[in-house]
Ligand binder design. Structure first.
Ligand SMILES: Cc1ncc(COP(=O)(O)O)c(C=O)c1O
Length: 244
């Protein structure tokens, strides 16, 4: 998995940076419950507005209050977060973002904003939940964005990048991964759910493993990007013809 992600993203990702998840909905819940349990008061989450509503519902289910933050052409407006932190002294426990091909706006979060958000997270003591459901699905002629967690050079780690096989293979697998500083990965491994259960979805993970090691998933992903590009062109041409 580490090798597959390193090749696809250009990031240097090691096995110790990764944890198998049951997909991004499950990862949000796993991380959300960990952070909520560590909060002395009722925790607050900053989320993009608009965003994938089910992620918000999962966070609410973990006990978070929600504050929406605007999204513009460069992703979540980090200056708005900074203003809330400094001027209004609001203290979130986490910021939830979809940095690549954001759902529903499709914008990408700029590298400059990612770096600034990491600085703020370290200073004001909150985590960043980066939902990378669409990171690997750039059109063929565009390179895939580096994972947010790969920008995180803080000592203990502040960014959790969550990836899923739902969009690149099949949602019914209920399989994904979390990428983060090994310190944060260990924090998740110590989650009572994993301690009691011993891991997440091992059979399906074992079934996917040979597809990764034999390069089948890489081939499939390249075809998928090409197919999505063709569908996009078809839709775009049709819209231009029918609604000039
Ligand atoms: C941004 C985003 N995150 C998460 C999910 C759900 O992912 P999973 O199937 O891995 O739980 C979706 C599904 O549409 C999504 O669009």
């Amino acid at each position: 998995m580490a090798q597959f992600l390193s090749t696809e993203t250009g990031d240097k990702i090691l096995a110790d940076d990764l944890l198998v998840s049951i997909g991004n909905s499950g990862a949000i819940h796993l991380i959300g419950t960990r952070i909520a349990a560590a909060s002395a008061t009722r925790p607050l989450a900053f989320v993009e507005s608009p965003t994938y509503q089910w992620a918000v519902n999962v966070l609410e289910g973990c006990g978070f209050d929600i504050t929406p933050i605007h999204v513009d052409d460069n992703g979540i407006v980090v200056d708005e977060i900074e203003r809330l932190l400094i001027e209004e002294k609001v203290r979130p426990a986490l910021v939830f973002t979809i940095p690549s091909h954001q759902n529903p706006t499709s914008v990408n979060l700029s590298l400059e904003r990612k770096r600034k958000l990491i600085q703020l997270a370290e200073t004001y003591n909150f985590y960043i939940l980066s939902d990378e459901a669409y990171q690997l699905l750039s059109f063929p002629q565009y390179s895939v964005d580096s994972a947010f967690a790969s920008q995180d050079n803080t000592e203990q780690g502040v960014v959790f990048t969550m990836g899923t096989f739902s969009k690149i293979f099949a949602p019914a697998l209920r399989l994904g991964w979390v990428q983060a500083n090994p310190h944060l990965i260990q924090w998740l491994v110590n989650h009572p759910l994993l301690v009691s259960g011993g891991g997440l979805n091992p059979l399906i993970a074992g079934w996917i493993e040979p597809l990764l090691t034999h390069g089948k998933l890489q081939t499939w992903l390249a075809q998928l990007r090409q197919t999505l590009w063709q569908r996009y062109q078809c839709m775009s041409n049709t819209l231009q013809q029918k609604f000039p």
